[in-house]
Design a binder for this molecule. Structure first.
Ligand code: SAH
Length: 268
């Protein structure tokens, strides 16, 4: 019996750049923001950064992404990158000498000033990543990120390279790669030209210390739910006022921490 043909869905896709081609062979524009990622899983990049607006911007050379595979810097025939923790305990720790060789190579072509070129270790112990971090990083020439795995990285290499530890949030991931992609996404979208409509980064959540107002689009009535009248009124002043009030009410209800900070700034 002849086999039924396998699904040919994918065959209809015409030859085009694969996401990883976005990283190789793409000449970045002069002075474009650059991200260098030291990782045991370079194939995880560009990942979701190769899609949509960040992917298009990568294609256009508005920013550049380079991975540095940690594995070849390992020791011995098996290119070991980790060892057991000093003092005992579970798991493995990435070796200082191995990470140092990779980070040193990664720094080629960058600038030594950490303000112009932060060197970051993704870590649950780090300072929480915020919109302010993204803004600061977007203003630098580029960034180097070290993705940890296992129990983490030997402290000495972090100290030696004046590495900034930054956390995606108060939870533990298995590796730094997802955190790196999330933080790069938030940073790259602040680079001029990456978002079509630049005004959209000014009024969104966290840019002014408040959460964004609710958004609606057509149809005007859906499942018996109408769009608030004011949004259909065409009255720009009233719309702006309603949005600001909603933004404040949402922030007060959902994020007392942000609300308190907002109020104290207003009182200054
Ligand atoms: N033993 C460590 C956790 C290691 S998790 C500790 O208790 O602090 C393995 C790797 O995942 C870390 O080296 C780090 O690079 C990454 N990682 C885990 N959680 C993260 C988070 N919240 N933010 C950023 N990176 C994180």
């Amino acid at each position: 019996m002849t086999q039924p043909p396998k699904s040919h869905g994918r065959l209809s896709i015409s030859a085009s750049l694969t996401p990883r081609d976005l990283m190789a062979e793409r000449p970045a524009l002069k002075g474009a923001w650059r991200a260098k990622i030291v990782t045991l899983f370079p194939q995880a990049f560009p990942g979701v950064l190769g899609q949509s607006l960040t992917g298009k911007a990568l294609d256009q050379g508005l920013w550049a992404l380079e991975t540095i595979d940690l594995r070849p810097y390992g020791e011995g025939k098996h290119r070991n990158v980790d060892d057991t923790p000093a003092g005992g305990g579970a798991g493995m720790v990435l070796r200082a000498d191995v990470v140092h060789r990779a980070l040193s190579d990664a720094q080629e072509g960058t600038v030594p000033d950490r303000g112009d070129w932060p060197v970051v270790y993704l870590s649950p112990r780090g300072a929480p990543f915020t919109q302010a971090t993204a803004k600061r990083w977007a203003g630098a020439q580029g960034i180097t990120m070290l993705c940890g795995r296992f129990e983490g990285v030997d402290q000495r290499v972090l100290d030696h390279h004046q590495v900034e530890e930054v956390s995606l949030g108060d939870f533990v991931l298995t590796g730094g790669e997802i955190a790196a992609q999330a933080m790069i996404d938030a940073t790259v979208r602040l680079i001029p030209g990456v978002l079509g409509n630049e005004a959209s980064t000014e009024e969104e959540s966290h840019s002014n210390g408040l959460l964004e107002h609710p958004q609606y689009t057509r149809p005007a009535s859906w499942m018996g739910r109408a769009i608030p009248d004011v949004l259909m009124s065409g009255h720009h002043g009233e719309i702006a006022k309603w949005r600001h009030e909603m933004s404040q009410a949402l922030t007060r209800a959902r994020r007392p921490d942000l609300w308190a900070a907002f109020k104290s700034r207003q009182n200054d």
